[in-house]
Design a protein around this ligand. Structure first.
Ligand code: ZN
Length: 275
């Protein structure tokens, strides 16, 4: 058989598996609800590391199917208020968590990195447990997200060359995120990012309360130290390390990196910022 015929034969054989192309009951959120806005920050340079993290080969939100279905219900409820969810991080391969740990220990810190932890140095960030060796994100039940007001002007795009103010500064001075003003930027390691922080304005408080309430109605639990971090405890399972690749590469049930298809060691119960 010619190579092209072999390829076609294989494609025909595996196509029934295309409905479940990702390991462990994971799905692309875009396949469940394409109306949910996605800005997967660790797939680009607009994050505290300043570059894509290992395993983020595509800017796609991947979650456990139950998490995706619950998010779709939240999104439908928010649509009546002309609001949308905006995903900032979803499934995080274990290798990306290891990448964060190595970054935290590399002994260097730039001004752009410092914007995410203005009250203490990067070395302290690790020592104080702000970055953990295991993350609930690797199990596919933890997500980072914010709200977009669909009737409002969107803020200007992120410009890597610009010297923005730190993540606790007013919204018009800190890194733009194209979302409502929650009082701090995403991934801000600061007491002001604690969901119940008293230092936020009444308007910022209302946005945080609205997000927590909408998520809680579908079973999501907020992490008290990060207004953006939620998890769906009922869907818990093991951690994984498969890379996030483009949706089309999965169309024929193709998994680019077979190392990740089996669960990795237990994710641990430790919770921390960037958990
Ligand atoms: Zn998180």
């Amino acid at each position: 058989m010619k190579p092209i015929m072999v390829a076609l034969a294989i494609a025909a054989f595996v196509s029934p598996a295309a409905a479940q192309p990702l390991p462990g009951g994971f799905v692309f959120l875009r396949d469940i609800d394409p109306t949910i806005i996605q800005d997967i920050r660790y797939a680009g340079s607009n994050n505290f590391v300043g570059r894509p993290l290992g395993g983020y080969e595509a800017a796609e939100c991947v979650v456990k199917r139950d998490v995706g279905l619950a998010l779709k219900t939240v999104q439908q409820e928010l649509a009546a208020q002309k609001l949308s969810l905006k995903m900032l991080d979803c499934y995080r391969p274990a290798r990306a968590v290891a990448d964060m740990v190595a970054w935290a220990q590399n002994g260097k810190e730039t001004a752009a990195e410092r914007r995410y932890n203005p009250a203490f140095s990067k070395a302290d960030l690790f020592r104080l447990g702000y970055i953990a060796r295991h993350s609930g994100h690797s199990t596919g039940i933890a997500i980072d997200l914010t709200l977009v007001d669909l009737t409002a002007d969107h803020s200007p795009p992120f410009d890597a060359s610009k010297a923005y103010a730190d993540c606790t500064a007013p919204a018009n001075a800190r890194t733009p995120e194209g979302s409502v003003d929650m009082g701090t930027g995403y991934d801000c390691s600061d007491v002001k990012a604690h969901t119940a922080a008293r230092s936020v304005t009444p308007a910022q408080r209302r946005w945080r309360n609205l997000l927590v309430a909408a998520m809680a109605r579908q079973g999501f639990v907020n992490y008290a130290k990060e207004w953006w971090h939620f998890s769906l405890p009922g869907a818990a399972g093991p951690a994984y390390d498969f890379p996030i690749s483009a949706r089309h590469s999965h169309d024929a049930g193709f998994i680019r990196d077979p190392r990740g298809v089996q669960p990795v060691a237990a994710a641990g119960r430790r919770r921390s910022v960037r958990a």
